[in-house]
Write a protein that binds this ligand. Structure first.
Ligand code: PGA
Length: 878
């Protein structure tokens, strides 16, 4: 077979060479030789050569302090460059069919049209598709912003070099630029000096829009339009927006004390400011373009006799945008400027209406070609981003709302709300919701924590509805959790029905989700409030942390199925909001596959999904990548709506139920009941050290004093992926499969794997995790870091891993993992010789820093670099 990865490998090789040259220039030939020697030894050791391994370890332990950080950096940067080459490969002209998925929209249209679905039904669904991607500030992006920008510039160079028409001189100058960029990367510190603030995080979100999505959205819609028009003869509407964006950056205050009402207010202004800036740029360009004279009567009526009627309108708009920017600048600086209704942009229509007028006029006067250029792009951007750019969600913990009401009832002498039964709480809340007099007395001086929750509610009430998305309640369990927020918003003067969304994220809460929503929808007042649409958020990572991946996945599936039924019965549309992480342990996985494995009826033309951390970069960081990701989402939601997957057979359900029950027992038997487990986790992984890495603005724990239960899902997964055991992503699942096989259910499991997308996805995710796990490395961590009395537990865990792998291989009937996805396998294989030395060095550094009271700065830095490097190699943090 031809070497399909040759162009990719050539790029990796070329950049590796340049990185080597840079290191040589900086630290000399001897350093480079040592790096190379260790890499070669790592390769041999992978092939089972014990003496190579011993030699590598000896070299690593002998590294002098001043070489530790550069050494970790060398491998870390190599992995980053490999990531860039890989990312570029998927959008490169040289991309082959093994790596690049063929255009999913094209494929889907070809498959469905003329088959089961007619063009009208397809068009109707497409025009109303509502995919809302919610960018979160979750602290999983390990790369600094400044490096990410340089990585993008590297991609530009790779792209330029693909042009076969480059002259020798042009080629030389691209190479020079590439060398400069790699040198800049090498000489830049990878570790942030300080934690980002929530405002920093929100600005990063905006920069993804500015550098990529602003371009990608009109590009994607143009391509979509062409495909649809070619097949149906229908042009898509100018305001079609199948995919839109929301954000949690600066709005998610769950366990993050730094996100205050003041911060949220600033972020809202900054979002609007960024949008105004980008529209202004577009309008300035459009003023240049639309120099035409001929106009329809509607446009001419605005300025009779004008020789440049289009420009006249655009100049007015340009001025309003400039005024808007000034106004927002003043607000961001803390002033409260006065402006008149007509001088700035207040709502989407202020831009849309004049632009649509120009669009109609151009079309009426035979200039459709011109209308469908930049003008159409702007209209489409407007439909997607609006004037607020992103709809900001607010997220707060259910307990915080309960605290507010409890403090209030105590103040009012009504007793302690926190101790009331659920039915008492509901009765009280409903009574107060229906009551016209305010509940909160002016004289009340609440505690700081309570005051902050109320300030946020008042901020929500003061915003235009379009600026906000949903108000999400984390750790929601009962109807009162939702009603409490509604009451606080009412008391704050909120005059519009913001979506208040319970997030169900433990096994018990998922199991109770449908009855909770049913109870709410049974309340007439509440049903009226929903205006026919109920949003519910499903928490993937916390439920997996609570119950293990297999049981959590089944609970998520069942909860969704039941929610579909409950909402249908109540005549209310259900909008499911999936809180998925990037990695498999947090519910991540390929979006396309994930959507198509949802229960039938749960994706009814609409979906909300979180996009987090490094996943935002991987999927949307470059315009071409973003276009691909948008096409994947659109085709998957279209397909799941028009051709929903089959209902699972009763036998499959029963089997799955048993698997879930067995797996939760196996998982909790270790995580909760095994007394040695927590000490093992603390010593075998860099959990404690991770807390020092200034990744995101929020603390790693929900409560300062809490134990492992209050540790957030992200550091939990992150820690286990550093020592390569990847435990949370498989614990329980393999044991349950094995038990099923022992019961003689293997033929049934095989049938489920073949015919049931949900189950098939679970198994392929397991395969991916298993192939990334490295029991030998995990055992090295144990040997160096874990007290010997806990080694027995480590052995048991690795045995369970082996048993799970065996069960999955039997199920898939193959002798190696990921046999059907050779690209993923190849990618892991290519990286290992670079990740392994980082893991060995990390172990050494962990052992050292744990012994010393105040480890030296170079040692600490090197440790952080190994963490960043392993994360880059695994392509995720947690
Ligand atoms: P959360 O998210 O801790 O913010 O709920 C967890 C995750 O995304 O994995």
């Amino acid at each position: 077979m031809a070497d399909v990865y040759a162009p990719l490998r050539a790029n990796v090789g070329m950049m590796g060479q340049i990185l080597g040259d840079t290191m040589r220039e900086h630290l000399g030939e001897a350093f480079l030789d040592k790096v190379e020697q260790i890499r070669q030894l790592a390769k041999q050791s992978r092939r089972g050569d014990e003496s190579a391994r011993e030699q590598m370890l000896a070299l690593l332990t002998a590294l002098p302090d001043e070489e530790l950080a550069p050494f970790a950096k060398a491998f870390n940067q190599f992995l980053n460059l490999a990531n860039i080459a890989e990312q570029f490969h998927t959008i490169s002209r040289n991309c082959d069919e093994l790596v690049c998925v063929p255009d999913p929209v094209e494929q889907l249209l070809g498959r469905i049209l003329g088959g089961k679905v007619d063009a009208d039904a397809m068009l109707e669904t497409l025009q109303t598709l509502d995919i809302d991607l919610v960018l979160t500030a979750h602290p999983t992006e390990i790369s600094r912003r400044t490096l990410i920008q340089k990585y993008s510039a590297v991609v530009d160079c790779l792209q330029e070099m693909e042009n076969p028409l480059l002259t020798e001189q042009e080629h030389k100058s691209v190479m020079l630029r590439l060398r400069q960029l790699i040198a800049q990367i090498w000489h830049t510190n990878e570790i942030r000096a300080e934690r980002p603030t929530p405002v920093d995080e929100a600005r990063w979100g905006l920069s993804t829009i500015e550098t990529s999505l602003w371009q990608a959205i009109p590009d994607f819609l143009r391509q979509l339009n062409d495909k649809v028009e070619e097949r149906t003869g229908v042009q898509l509407a100018t305001d079609i927006a199948p995919v839109r964006f929301s954000s949690w950056m600066g709005g998610d205050r769950d366990g993050n004390p730094f996100v205050t009402a003041k911060v949220t207010a600033e972020v809202l202004d900054r979002n609007r400011h960024a949008a105004a800036r980008l529209y202004l740029k577009d309008i300035v360009e459009l003023v240049n373009e639309l120099s035409m004279e001929q106009a329809n009567a509607e446009l001419m009526a605005l300025n009779p006799g004008s020789r440049e009627p289009y420009r006249d309108v655009l100049r007015g708009l340009r001025q309003k945008l400039r005024n808007t920017i000034d106004y927002l600048n003043a607000r961001i600086e803390g002033h409260q400027p006065e402006v008149s209704r007509d001088s700035i942009i207040w709502e989407d229509a202020d831009i849309r209406e004049p632009l649509q007028l120009l669009y109609r006029s151009l079309c009426d006067c035979g200039m459709r070609l011109i209308a469908n250029g930049l003008l159409l792009d702007i209209l489409r951007r407007l439909a997607c981003f609006g004037i607020h750019m992103l709809r900001l969600d607010i997220r707060q913990d259910a307990g915080r709302h309960c605290d507010v009401i409890a403090e209030l009832t105590r103040y009012l002498g009504m007793g302690d709300y926190a101790h009331w039964e659920e039915h008492e709480k509901q009765a009280f809340l409903l009574r107060e919701l229906a009551n016209r007099r305010p509940l909160i007395p002016v004289s009340w001086q609440p505690s700081d924590e309570v005051a902050e929750v109320l300030k946020t509610c008042r901020l929500v009430a003061s915003q235009p509805q379009q600026a906000l998305g949903s108000y999400v309640i984390s750790m929601a369990s009962h109807p009162s959790d939702v009603l409490a927020v509604l009451l606080l918003l009412k008391e704050s003067g909120c005059s519009y029905p913001i979506r208040v969304v319970p997030l169900f994220e433990t096994l018990d809460d998922l199991n109770q989700a449908a009855s909770c929503i049913q109870a709410l929808l049974d309340i007439d007042w509440y049903r009226g409030y929903t205006k026919g649409m109920q949003e519910v958020m499903i928490g993937y990572s916390d439920s997996a942390k609570d119950a293990g991946v297999m049981a959590a996945a089944w609970a998520q599936y069942c909860a969704q199925e039941q929610l579909v039924k409950v909402c249908r019965k109540a005549g209310v549309k259900l909008n499911l909001f999936h809180g998925r992480g990037g990695t498999i342990g947090r519910g991540g996985g390929p979006a396309h596959q994930a959507i198509l494995s949802q229960p039938p009826g749960s994706v009814d033309g609409r979906i909300r999904v979180t996009e987090q951390g490094e996943m935002i970069r991987f999927k949307f960081g470059l315009p071409k990548l973003a276009v691909q990701s948008l096409a994947l989402y659109t085709s998957a939601v279209l397909e799941a709506t028009l051709l929903p997957p089959p209902e699972p057979k009763q036998a499959w359900r029963e089997c799955m139920q048993r698997l879930a029950e067995d797996s939760v027992l196996a998982y909790r038997g270790i995580v909760r009941e095994e007394p040695q487990f927590v000490p093992y986790f603390r010593s075998a992984t860099p959990e404690v050290e991770l807390g020092k890495l200034p990744l995101g603005s929020r603390p790693a724990k929900r409560r300062v004093d809490g134990g492992i239960e209050s540790l957030r899902a992200i550091p939990w997964i992150f820690a286990w992926s550093q020592n390569r055991l990847m435990l949370p992503a498989w614990l329980g699942a393999g044991e349950a499969l094995k038990a099923a096989a022992d019961r003689g259910d293997m033929p049934l499991l095989k049938e489920m794997e073949r015919d049931w997308p949900f189950f098939n996805t679970r198994i392929s995710m397991l395969e991916m995790v298993y192939s990334k796990a490295e029991p030998n490395l995990a055992s090295y961590y144990e040997q160096c870091l874990v007290p010997s009395e806990l080694h027995g537990l480590g052995k048991k865990l690795r045995q369970r891993l082996a048993l799970g792998i065996e069960a999955v291989l039997e199920l898939t009937g193959s002798d190696s993992l990921m046999a059907h996805t050779p690209w993923n396998r190849e990618s892991v294989r290519l990286r290992n010789p670079y990740i392994d030395p980082l893991n060995f060095l990390q172990t050494e550094l962990l052992a050292r820093t744990r012994k010393e009271e105040t480890p030296s700065a170079p040692v600490q830095l090197a440790l952080m670099l190994t963490i960043a490097g392993v994360a880059a190699g695994m392509r995720n943090t947690g």
